[in-house]
Design a protein around this ligand. Structure first.
Ligand code: PLP
Length: 405
Protein backbone atom coordinates (compact mmCIF):
# COMPACT_ATOMS: atom_id res chain seq x y z
CA UNK A 1 0.00 0.00 0.00
CA UNK A 2 1.24 3.48 -0.84
CA UNK A 3 2.00 5.65 2.17
CA UNK A 4 -0.18 8.75 2.39
CA UNK A 5 2.19 11.61 1.52
CA UNK A 6 1.01 13.85 4.34
CA UNK A 7 2.54 11.49 6.89
CA UNK A 8 6.03 11.87 5.50
CA UNK A 9 7.94 15.14 5.74
CA UNK A 10 11.38 15.22 4.15
CA UNK A 11 12.91 16.41 7.43
CA UNK A 12 11.85 13.18 9.12
CA UNK A 13 11.91 10.74 6.21
CA UNK A 14 15.41 11.76 5.08
CA UNK A 15 16.85 12.02 8.56
CA UNK A 16 19.81 9.72 9.34
CA UNK A 17 19.22 7.09 12.04
CA UNK A 18 21.54 6.12 14.84
CA UNK A 19 24.08 3.41 14.06
CA UNK A 20 24.66 2.95 17.79
CA UNK A 21 21.07 1.73 18.08
CA UNK A 22 21.64 -0.68 15.20
CA UNK A 23 24.53 -2.39 17.00
CA UNK A 24 22.72 -2.18 20.34
CA UNK A 25 19.69 -4.00 18.94
CA UNK A 26 21.83 -6.69 17.30
CA UNK A 27 23.81 -7.15 20.53
CA UNK A 28 20.62 -7.51 22.56
CA UNK A 29 19.24 -10.06 20.05
CA UNK A 30 22.45 -12.04 20.36
CA UNK A 31 22.31 -11.92 24.16
CA UNK A 32 18.66 -13.00 24.04
CA UNK A 33 19.77 -16.09 22.12
CA UNK A 34 21.95 -16.94 25.12
CA UNK A 35 25.26 -15.91 23.56
CA UNK A 36 27.88 -13.98 25.55
CA UNK A 37 28.05 -10.36 24.48
CA UNK A 38 30.48 -7.66 25.63
CA UNK A 39 28.52 -4.45 25.31
CA UNK A 40 30.95 -1.60 24.81
CA UNK A 41 28.72 0.38 22.50
CA UNK A 42 26.38 2.54 24.52
CA UNK A 43 26.82 5.55 26.81
CA UNK A 44 24.40 4.61 29.55
CA UNK A 45 26.12 4.38 32.95
CA UNK A 46 25.28 1.23 34.89
CA UNK A 47 26.13 2.75 38.27
CA UNK A 48 23.18 3.38 40.58
CA UNK A 49 21.21 6.61 40.63
CA UNK A 50 22.32 8.14 43.96
CA UNK A 51 20.05 7.51 46.96
CA UNK A 52 19.67 11.27 47.46
CA UNK A 53 18.04 11.56 44.02
CA UNK A 54 15.70 8.63 44.61
CA UNK A 55 14.67 9.99 48.02
CA UNK A 56 14.17 13.53 46.71
CA UNK A 57 11.99 12.29 43.85
CA UNK A 58 9.87 10.01 46.04
CA UNK A 59 9.36 12.78 48.58
CA UNK A 60 8.13 15.09 45.78
CA UNK A 61 5.75 12.41 44.60
CA UNK A 62 4.40 11.86 48.11
CA UNK A 63 3.93 15.59 48.51
CA UNK A 64 1.83 15.57 45.31
CA UNK A 65 4.26 17.78 43.43
CA UNK A 66 2.84 16.31 40.28
CA UNK A 67 1.42 19.27 38.38
CA UNK A 68 2.90 21.53 35.71
CA UNK A 69 5.77 23.64 36.94
CA UNK A 70 6.76 27.02 35.47
CA UNK A 71 7.85 26.52 31.84
CA UNK A 72 11.47 27.20 32.71
CA UNK A 73 11.41 24.90 35.73
CA UNK A 74 11.13 25.23 39.50
CA UNK A 75 13.05 28.12 41.07
CA UNK A 76 14.90 25.76 43.43
CA UNK A 77 16.41 23.79 40.55
CA UNK A 78 17.23 26.84 38.43
CA UNK A 79 19.04 28.32 41.42
CA UNK A 80 20.86 25.07 42.17
CA UNK A 81 22.04 24.78 38.55
CA UNK A 82 23.25 28.39 38.50
CA UNK A 83 25.11 27.81 41.78
CA UNK A 84 26.70 24.62 40.48
CA UNK A 85 28.02 26.08 37.22
CA UNK A 86 29.25 29.21 39.00
CA UNK A 87 31.06 27.29 41.75
CA UNK A 88 32.44 24.50 39.59
CA UNK A 89 33.26 26.39 36.39
CA UNK A 90 33.75 30.02 37.41
CA UNK A 91 30.69 31.38 35.57
CA UNK A 92 28.43 34.27 36.60
CA UNK A 93 25.06 32.83 35.75
CA UNK A 94 21.83 34.00 37.38
CA UNK A 95 18.91 31.65 37.93
CA UNK A 96 16.69 33.43 35.42
CA UNK A 97 19.11 32.50 32.65
CA UNK A 98 18.51 28.80 33.34
CA UNK A 99 15.77 26.94 31.46
CA UNK A 100 15.16 23.44 32.80
CA UNK A 101 14.42 20.98 29.98
CA UNK A 102 13.81 17.24 29.63
CA UNK A 103 17.43 16.22 29.07
CA UNK A 104 20.29 17.78 27.13
CA UNK A 105 18.61 16.65 23.90
CA UNK A 106 15.83 19.16 24.45
CA UNK A 107 18.39 21.84 25.36
CA UNK A 108 20.19 21.22 22.06
CA UNK A 109 16.93 21.32 20.16
CA UNK A 110 15.98 24.62 21.81
CA UNK A 111 19.40 26.03 20.97
CA UNK A 112 18.94 25.05 17.31
CA UNK A 113 15.51 26.65 17.33
CA UNK A 114 17.09 30.01 18.13
CA UNK A 115 18.68 29.87 14.64
CA UNK A 116 16.77 30.72 11.48
CA UNK A 117 16.18 27.74 9.15
CA UNK A 118 18.51 27.73 6.16
CA UNK A 119 21.49 28.90 8.22
CA UNK A 120 24.56 26.75 8.58
CA UNK A 121 25.87 25.25 11.82
CA UNK A 122 29.43 24.11 12.48
CA UNK A 123 29.54 20.68 14.09
CA UNK A 124 32.46 18.67 15.50
CA UNK A 125 33.44 15.64 13.41
CA UNK A 126 33.53 12.95 14.66
CA UNK A 127 30.60 14.13 16.76
CA UNK A 128 27.44 12.99 18.49
CA UNK A 129 25.14 11.69 15.70
CA UNK A 130 22.06 13.46 17.06
CA UNK A 131 23.52 16.83 15.99
CA UNK A 132 22.95 15.76 12.39
CA UNK A 133 19.42 14.58 13.09
CA UNK A 134 18.47 17.78 14.90
CA UNK A 135 19.94 19.98 12.17
CA UNK A 136 17.75 18.05 9.70
CA UNK A 137 14.66 18.61 11.82
CA UNK A 138 15.31 22.31 12.35
CA UNK A 139 16.30 23.09 8.75
CA UNK A 140 19.97 23.86 9.40
CA UNK A 141 22.76 22.98 7.00
CA UNK A 142 25.74 21.14 8.47
CA UNK A 143 29.28 22.36 8.15
CA UNK A 144 31.68 19.80 9.59
CA UNK A 145 34.88 20.78 11.36
CA UNK A 146 37.58 18.26 11.98
CA UNK A 147 38.64 16.67 15.24
CA UNK A 148 41.60 14.59 14.14
CA UNK A 149 43.06 11.66 16.08
CA UNK A 150 46.57 13.01 15.40
CA UNK A 151 45.58 16.23 17.19
CA UNK A 152 44.04 14.26 20.08
CA UNK A 153 40.65 15.37 18.79
CA UNK A 154 41.21 19.06 19.61
CA UNK A 155 39.78 21.40 16.96
CA UNK A 156 42.02 23.50 14.76
CA UNK A 157 41.21 27.20 15.14
CA UNK A 158 42.53 28.09 11.66
CA UNK A 159 40.21 25.56 10.10
CA UNK A 160 37.29 26.92 12.12
CA UNK A 161 38.10 30.42 10.93
CA UNK A 162 38.27 29.39 7.28
CA UNK A 163 34.89 27.64 7.62
CA UNK A 164 33.45 30.77 9.21
CA UNK A 165 34.77 32.73 6.22
CA UNK A 166 33.45 30.23 3.65
CA UNK A 167 30.85 31.27 1.09
CA UNK A 168 27.29 30.10 1.61
CA UNK A 169 24.29 30.64 3.84
CA UNK A 170 24.81 32.61 7.08
CA UNK A 171 26.42 30.67 9.92
CA UNK A 172 24.18 30.52 12.96
CA UNK A 173 26.39 28.73 15.45
CA UNK A 174 29.54 26.86 16.26
CA UNK A 175 28.58 23.76 18.19
CA UNK A 176 31.20 22.39 20.54
CA UNK A 177 31.14 19.38 22.84
CA UNK A 178 33.64 19.15 25.65
CA UNK A 179 34.33 16.66 27.17
CA UNK A 180 33.43 15.04 23.89
CA UNK A 181 31.40 12.13 22.70
CA UNK A 182 32.76 10.02 20.97
CA UNK A 183 36.30 11.26 21.62
CA UNK A 184 36.60 11.64 25.39
CA UNK A 185 38.63 14.79 24.74
CA UNK A 186 38.46 17.82 27.01
CA UNK A 187 39.15 20.95 24.94
CA UNK A 188 42.02 22.95 26.36
CA UNK A 189 41.57 26.48 27.63
CA UNK A 190 43.39 28.19 24.73
CA UNK A 191 41.06 26.45 22.31
CA UNK A 192 38.00 27.59 24.22
CA UNK A 193 39.32 31.16 24.34
CA UNK A 194 40.09 30.98 20.61
CA UNK A 195 36.57 29.76 19.83
CA UNK A 196 35.09 32.53 21.98
CA UNK A 197 37.13 35.13 20.08
CA UNK A 198 36.13 33.66 16.71
CA UNK A 199 32.46 33.71 17.72
CA UNK A 200 32.77 37.37 18.72
CA UNK A 201 34.61 38.32 15.55
CA UNK A 202 32.08 36.61 13.29
CA UNK A 203 28.99 37.34 15.37
CA UNK A 204 27.87 33.72 15.75
CA UNK A 205 26.50 31.84 18.72
CA UNK A 206 28.33 29.06 20.47
CA UNK A 207 26.17 26.07 21.32
CA UNK A 208 28.18 24.37 24.02
CA UNK A 209 27.14 20.80 24.74
CA UNK A 210 28.50 20.22 28.24
CA UNK A 211 26.55 17.11 29.15
CA UNK A 212 29.82 15.49 30.36
CA UNK A 213 31.26 18.61 32.02
CA UNK A 214 31.50 16.99 35.46
CA UNK A 215 33.13 13.76 34.32
CA UNK A 216 36.81 14.66 34.17
CA UNK A 217 39.21 11.73 34.36
CA UNK A 218 42.54 13.40 35.10
CA UNK A 219 43.39 15.11 38.36
CA UNK A 220 44.24 18.77 37.90
CA UNK A 221 42.36 19.03 34.61
CA UNK A 222 39.46 21.47 34.47
CA UNK A 223 36.40 21.72 32.29
CA UNK A 224 36.25 25.17 30.72
CA UNK A 225 33.00 26.53 29.33
CA UNK A 226 32.99 29.14 26.57
CA UNK A 227 30.34 30.87 28.70
CA UNK A 228 33.30 32.05 30.78
CA UNK A 229 34.81 33.95 27.85
CA UNK A 230 31.80 34.74 25.63
CA UNK A 231 28.80 34.83 28.00
CA UNK A 232 26.70 36.91 25.62
CA UNK A 233 27.09 34.44 22.77
CA UNK A 234 26.99 31.09 24.51
CA UNK A 235 24.03 28.78 24.81
CA UNK A 236 25.21 26.28 27.41
CA UNK A 237 23.51 22.88 27.32
CA UNK A 238 23.88 20.51 30.25
CA UNK A 239 22.12 17.71 32.06
CA UNK A 240 22.22 15.65 35.21
CA UNK A 241 21.75 12.52 33.06
CA UNK A 242 25.28 11.15 32.99
CA UNK A 243 26.95 12.43 36.14
CA UNK A 244 24.08 11.28 38.35
CA UNK A 245 23.26 8.21 36.28
CA UNK A 246 19.67 9.34 35.74
CA UNK A 247 19.38 9.30 31.94
CA UNK A 248 15.73 8.25 32.04
CA UNK A 249 14.64 10.98 34.43
CA UNK A 250 15.19 13.65 31.76
CA UNK A 251 16.60 16.54 33.72
CA UNK A 252 18.66 18.88 31.57
CA UNK A 253 19.14 22.59 31.16
CA UNK A 254 19.85 25.36 28.72
CA UNK A 255 21.61 28.47 30.01
CA UNK A 256 20.99 31.46 27.80
CA UNK A 257 22.72 34.86 27.76
CA UNK A 258 20.89 37.54 29.76
CA UNK A 259 19.86 39.42 26.61
CA UNK A 260 18.18 36.24 25.25
CA UNK A 261 15.98 35.44 28.28
CA UNK A 262 12.87 37.12 26.90
CA UNK A 263 13.23 35.69 23.39
CA UNK A 264 13.73 32.12 24.55
CA UNK A 265 10.73 31.97 26.89
CA UNK A 266 8.52 30.79 24.03
CA UNK A 267 10.59 27.65 23.45
CA UNK A 268 9.42 25.78 26.54
CA UNK A 269 5.99 27.30 26.51
CA UNK A 270 5.27 26.14 22.96
CA UNK A 271 6.79 22.67 23.16
CA UNK A 272 7.29 20.83 26.44
CA UNK A 273 5.39 22.92 29.01
CA UNK A 274 7.96 21.79 31.53
CA UNK A 275 10.37 19.02 32.48
CA UNK A 276 8.81 16.27 34.66
CA UNK A 277 7.99 17.91 38.01
CA UNK A 278 9.08 15.15 40.37
CA UNK A 279 12.32 14.64 38.46
CA UNK A 280 13.09 18.32 38.84
CA UNK A 281 12.90 17.81 42.61
CA UNK A 282 15.15 14.79 42.19
CA UNK A 283 17.51 17.16 40.37
CA UNK A 284 17.56 19.57 43.29
CA UNK A 285 18.43 16.66 45.58
CA UNK A 286 21.19 15.57 43.16
CA UNK A 287 22.89 18.96 43.10
CA UNK A 288 22.34 20.00 46.71
CA UNK A 289 22.75 16.62 48.38
CA UNK A 290 25.78 14.62 49.45
CA UNK A 291 28.15 14.08 46.49
CA UNK A 292 30.21 11.22 47.90
CA UNK A 293 28.38 8.52 45.96
CA UNK A 294 28.95 10.16 42.55
CA UNK A 295 32.54 10.99 43.36
CA UNK A 296 33.10 7.25 43.63
CA UNK A 297 31.68 6.85 40.11
CA UNK A 298 34.37 9.09 38.64
CA UNK A 299 37.00 6.90 40.29
CA UNK A 300 35.39 3.86 38.63
CA UNK A 301 35.41 5.45 35.18
CA UNK A 302 39.06 6.39 35.69
CA UNK A 303 39.93 2.81 36.62
CA UNK A 304 38.08 1.46 33.60
CA UNK A 305 39.76 3.99 31.30
CA UNK A 306 43.17 3.00 32.63
CA UNK A 307 42.53 -0.71 32.15
CA UNK A 308 41.43 -0.24 28.52
CA UNK A 309 44.30 2.13 27.74
CA UNK A 310 46.77 -0.42 29.09
CA UNK A 311 45.39 -3.18 26.86
CA UNK A 312 45.28 -1.01 23.73
CA UNK A 313 48.79 0.31 24.33
CA UNK A 314 50.15 -3.21 24.87
CA UNK A 315 48.53 -4.26 21.58
CA UNK A 316 50.14 -1.27 19.85
CA UNK A 317 46.80 0.17 18.72
CA UNK A 318 46.48 3.78 17.56
CA UNK A 319 44.09 5.58 19.93
CA UNK A 320 43.96 8.63 22.16
CA UNK A 321 43.78 8.45 25.91
CA UNK A 322 40.51 10.14 26.90
CA UNK A 323 40.58 12.69 29.72
CA UNK A 324 36.83 13.20 30.10
CA UNK A 325 33.46 11.49 29.66
CA UNK A 326 33.63 7.68 29.23
CA UNK A 327 34.45 7.08 25.60
CA UNK A 328 37.53 6.24 23.64
CA UNK A 329 38.19 6.11 19.88
CA UNK A 330 40.40 3.44 18.36
CA UNK A 331 41.85 3.54 14.86
CA UNK A 332 40.96 0.33 13.00
CA UNK A 333 41.58 1.82 9.55
CA UNK A 334 44.18 -0.73 8.49
CA UNK A 335 41.80 -3.65 8.99
CA UNK A 336 40.53 -3.16 5.45
CA UNK A 337 36.89 -2.96 6.54
CA UNK A 338 34.48 -0.07 6.81
CA UNK A 339 33.92 0.85 10.45
CA UNK A 340 30.36 -0.49 10.21
CA UNK A 341 31.50 -3.84 8.79
CA UNK A 342 34.22 -3.97 11.43
CA UNK A 343 31.64 -3.43 14.19
CA UNK A 344 29.16 -5.91 12.70
CA UNK A 345 31.77 -8.64 12.29
CA UNK A 346 33.35 -7.94 15.67
CA UNK A 347 29.94 -8.49 17.22
CA UNK A 348 29.20 -11.58 15.17
CA UNK A 349 32.59 -13.26 15.46
CA UNK A 350 33.87 -12.12 18.87
CA UNK A 351 30.68 -11.07 20.64
CA UNK A 352 31.91 -7.51 21.20
CA UNK A 353 29.65 -4.52 20.55
CA UNK A 354 31.25 -1.16 19.70
CA UNK A 355 29.90 1.94 17.96
CA UNK A 356 31.19 2.50 14.43
CA UNK A 357 33.00 5.70 13.46
CA UNK A 358 31.09 6.59 10.28
CA UNK A 359 28.02 7.07 12.47
CA UNK A 360 29.82 10.05 14.01
CA UNK A 361 30.80 11.47 10.64
CA UNK A 362 29.14 13.37 7.78
CA UNK A 363 26.11 11.77 6.14
CA UNK A 364 27.68 12.04 2.70
CA UNK A 365 30.27 9.28 2.13
CA UNK A 366 31.98 11.60 -0.38
CA UNK A 367 32.67 14.22 2.30
CA UNK A 368 36.44 14.25 3.04
CA UNK A 369 35.86 13.71 6.77
CA UNK A 370 33.73 10.63 6.21
CA UNK A 371 36.75 8.44 5.44
CA UNK A 372 38.54 9.69 8.56
CA UNK A 373 35.61 8.81 10.79
CA UNK A 374 35.27 5.50 9.02
CA UNK A 375 38.72 4.49 10.32
CA UNK A 376 37.48 4.60 13.92
CA UNK A 377 35.36 2.69 16.38
CA UNK A 378 34.21 3.89 19.79
CA UNK A 379 34.48 2.01 23.05
CA UNK A 380 32.11 3.18 25.81
CA UNK A 381 33.38 2.26 29.28
CA UNK A 382 30.51 3.36 31.49
CA UNK A 383 28.96 -0.03 31.99
CA UNK A 384 29.90 -3.65 32.48
CA UNK A 385 32.35 -5.23 34.87
CA UNK A 386 36.11 -4.66 34.66
CA UNK A 387 36.41 -8.21 33.35
CA UNK A 388 33.89 -7.62 30.59
CA UNK A 389 35.68 -4.43 29.57
CA UNK A 390 39.06 -6.14 29.59
CA UNK A 391 37.96 -9.20 27.63
CA UNK A 392 35.95 -7.07 25.19
CA UNK A 393 38.94 -4.81 24.50
CA UNK A 394 41.31 -7.76 24.15
CA UNK A 395 38.97 -9.37 21.64
CA UNK A 396 38.75 -6.14 19.68
CA UNK A 397 42.56 -6.04 19.43
CA UNK A 398 42.65 -9.71 18.47
CA UNK A 399 40.03 -9.22 15.73
CA UNK A 400 41.93 -6.20 14.40
CA UNK A 401 45.20 -8.16 14.25
CA UNK A 402 43.47 -11.01 12.43
CA UNK A 403 42.13 -8.60 9.80
CA UNK A 404 45.51 -6.92 9.34
CA UNK A 405 47.37 -10.22 8.95
C1 PLP B 1 27.26 14.56 23.52
C2 PLP B 1 25.89 14.30 24.04
N1 PLP B 1 25.03 15.30 24.11
C3 PLP B 1 23.78 15.12 24.56
C4 PLP B 1 23.34 13.89 24.99
C5 PLP B 1 21.93 13.72 25.45
O1 PLP B 1 21.85 13.81 26.83
P1 PLP B 1 20.43 13.67 27.59
O2 PLP B 1 20.23 12.23 27.86
O3 PLP B 1 20.58 14.48 28.83
O4 PLP B 1 19.39 14.22 26.68
C6 PLP B 1 24.21 12.80 24.93
C7 PLP B 1 23.76 11.46 25.34
O5 PLP B 1 24.40 10.47 25.15
C8 PLP B 1 25.53 13.01 24.45
O6 PLP B 1 26.41 12.01 24.38
Amino acid sequence: MQRPAFLVAARTANNPRSGIREIFTLANDKAARGETVYKLMIGVPDVKTPDTVIDGTIAALKEQKTQYTANAGIAELREAIARQVNNAHGLSVEADQVIVVPGAMAGLLFANLTIDPGNRILVPTPGYPNYKMQAGLTGLELLHYRLGIQNEFQPDLDELESLLDSAGAPIGAILINTPGNPTGTVFNEETIIGIARLAEKHGVRIISDEVYKDIILDAGLEHISPAKYAPDLTLLVGALSKKYSMTGMRVGFLIVPKHAIKDTEVLGEATISCAPSICQWGGVAALEGDQSQVEGYDAQYRQRRDAIVEILAAADMNFTRPNGAFYLMVDIGDAGLSSRDFALRLLEEKGVGVAFGSDFGPIDPEHPLYAECDRLVRIAFCSGSMDELRVGTERLCEFYREQCA
